[in-house]
Design a protein around this ligand. Sequence first.
Ligand code: PRP
Length: 206
Amino acid sequence: MVYELKNPVTKTLITNLRDQRTDAIRFRHTIAELTKQLVYEALKEFPLVEKKVTTWQGENSFTSLDEKNIIVTTVLRAGMPMLDSVMELLPNVTAGFLAMKRDEVTHKSKLYYDRLPDCKGKTILLVDPMLATGGSMNDAIELIKSREPKRIIALNIIGSPEGIELIQSTHKDVDIYITQIDEGLSADKFIMPGLGDAGDRAYNTL
Ligand code: PRP
């Protein structure tokens, strides 16, 4: 399942991301805000558990997300502002890290760091702002699946139809929540019209 956010506020923030005058700090903040919008949508049906809370009137029980069953995992480095954003919203979820670098010539991603916590039976929020060819996301999903999670939900800011099609065809059980599906890929596999390289934009390495 692919769910693209349609809210006018979402689209305004994406236009701000495309704007080259948006500096690194505003870029990261905007990615973080869009991530929160994705989390609200992606966890809409997530079960609630009872949580004991000491209130101003003493102890009582209220509903809450079962954060200990959620792992947010990012693909470094462009995914960092998204991971931070999920953990600002849900501070008790667990974080996992993968690092992949897309080869500029072959356009294939290569895993060089794996710091996933125990994924067995957990819901994984896999966050990466860019879904271009889908290669990085595909590799990340395959790796996470080998750790037996209950479910993987992908959260992306911007994606190409080609990348989305790859994930949908190879991993039908993975739901994708995305803020913007763009027109396609350029010859050198950049999302068009896209917003450039999200890692470079976020961390001033242009
Ligand atoms: C970008 C992005 C994704 C990947 C998407 O990372 O963050 O991980 O490319 O491309 P794909 O769908 O074709 O695999 P990049 O390799 O540029 O590294 P960075 O995050 O360090 O900038």
